[in-house]
Design a protein around this ligand. Structure first.
Ligand code: GRF
Length: 202
C-alpha cells in the first residue's frame, strides 16, 4: 500500500517522535511512513532516536540563513527532495511563516500540551503551559493535536484528550502525566487520520 511520507520536525527530547516511531512499528500508522526527521539544532536528542531507528535526519538552523525566506526555501527543498507530503511538529521550537504553512495547508499538524483554546498561543510552550494551568487552578487539562496555519496554535482541532490535575501537582509532574496519558496516545492517532485522508485525496 502506498503510504503518506511524513517529516517530523523536532527541537528537543523527541518523546513524541518516539511515540510515533513505536506506533508505526506496531502497525498503528498503516497509511503513513516517518521518512525524515528535521531538527532545528544538532543537540536535539530526537536526532539520536531517528538514527537508532534507521530514519534519515537533517539539521536546519535558522541562524545559518540570512532571512526567514531563505531558511524556509531550504526546508522546502529538503522536503521536496525526500518526497514529503505531510509534516508533524513535535516540539519544534522554530517559527514558520504563513508563506511556509500555506504551502502545506491541512498537511502540517502540531501537538500542544493543553486543551486549546486554553493556555495556548504566544509564550505558551514547554513548562510554561503547565505552570499557567496550575496557576489558574483548572482541574482538567490535556493535549490537542491541530492543523497548523498562520495563527499560533490557531488551526482546526483534530483530536483532544483530557487529563486530570491532581492535588500537589508541580509543572514537571503535570507535564509528564499529560505526555503519558494524552500526547503519546493522541499524536499517533491523529497522524494516522491525516495520513489516511491524504491518501484518499481529501
Ligand atoms: C511536548 O510537550 C509537545 O506537546 C510540545 O513540545 C513538547 C515536546 O516534547 N509541543 P518531546 O520533544 O516530544 O519530548
Amino acid at each position: 500500500m502506498l503510504k503518506t511520507k511524513i517529516a517530523v520536525f523536532v527541537s528537543g527530547g523527541g518523546t513524541n517522535l518516539q511515540a510515533l516511531i513505536d506506533a508505526e512499528k506496531r502497525g498503528e500508522i498503516p497509511n503513513g511512513e516517518i521518512a525524515l526527521v528535521l531538527a532545528s539544532n544538532d543537540s536535539a536528542y530526537a536526532l539520536t532516536r531517528a538514527t537508532e531507528n534507521g530514519i534519515k535526519s537533517v539539521v536546519v538552523k535558522r541562524k545559518e540563513f540570512p532571512s526567514q525566506e531563505t531558511y524556509e526555501e531550504r526546508m522546502k527543498a529538503i522536503l521536496d527532495e525526500n518526497g514529503i507530503e505531510m509534516i508533524v511538529l513535535a516540539g519544534f521550537m522554530s517559527l514558520l511563516s504563513e508563506d511556509f504553512t500555506s504551502l502545506y495547508s491541512k498537511r502540517i499538524v502540531n501537538i500542544h500540551p493543553s486543551l486549546i483554546p486554553s493556555f495556548c498561543g504566544k509564550g505558551f510552550y514547554g513548562l510554561h503551559v503547565h505552570e499557567a494551568a496550575l496557576e489558574y487552578g483548572v482541574k482538567v487539562t490535556g493535549a490537542t493535536v491541530h492543523y497548523v496555519n498562520e495563527i499560533p496554535d490557531g488551526g482546526e482541532i483534530i483530536l483532544q484528550k483530557a487529563v486530570d490535575i491532581l492535588a500537589g501537582d508541580t509543572p514537571e509532574v503535570l507535564q509528564k502525566r499529560v505526555m503519558e496519558e494524552a500526547e503519546w496516545v493522541l499524536l499517533p492517532k491523529a497522524v494516522e487520520m491525516v495520513a489516511c485522508k491524504l491518501r484518499k485525496g481529501n
